[in-house]
Ligand binder design. Structure first.
Ligand code: FES
Ligand code: FES
Length: 158
């Protein structure tokens, strides 16, 4: 079995994995990172989104072996010193979640969106998050939250 070295939420792991193991299963089943949910089996919903070397990926469409030597951030690693990440706070304050199933993926995809477009219009936010589905259809509040998150991160004046 291949051995991978991967940093997840600031902890480095060395693990043997089967070549067919998906990253999302590695995170959930091996590392106990159940904050990363599985919402589909077609790579459509985006609920499994994590950051891999700073870019959002659907962890159900990445093999664990492909994460070798990379740094992964899940929703469980976003807060620091007991303080929520500004994007987490914005989702909370704008009531951008109902059941919460899509929320980890939405937040991580939103953070990556700001890497490319630090001052996104509402239209750009909608396009940037089109790979993430909310079954509760709370999209208006999600867009508001991303805008607020961007403001709180100090990267936009909109
Ligand atoms: S569980 Fe990965 S896209 Fe749906
Ligand atoms: S809040 Fe329920 S799926 Fe988005």
């Amino acid at each position: 079995m291949p051995r991978i070295t991967v940093k997840v939420d600031d902890i480095t792991y060395e693990e043997d994995v089967e070549p067919r193991t998906l990253l999302v299963h590695f995170l959930r089943d091996r590392l106990g990172k159940t904050g990363t949910p599985i919402g589909c089996d077609t790579s459509n919903c985006g609920s499994c989104t994590v950051l891999m070397d700073g870019r959002s990926v659907k962890s159900c469409s990445v093999l664990a072996v492909q994460a070798d030597e990379s740094e992964i951030v899940t929703i469980e690693g976003l807060a620091s010193d007991g303080n929520w990440h500004p994007m987490q706070r914005a989702f909370h304050e704008e009531h951008a979640l109902q059941c919460g199933y899509c929320t980890p993926g939405m937040i991580l995809a939103a953070i990556d969106l700001l890497n490319d477009d630090p001052d996104p219009s509402d239209e750009a936010i909608r396009q940037g998050l089109e790979g993430n589905l909310c079954r509760c259809t709370g999209y208006c509040n999600i867009v508001r939250a991303v805008r607020r998150g961007a403001e709180e991160m100090g990267v936009t004046s909109r």
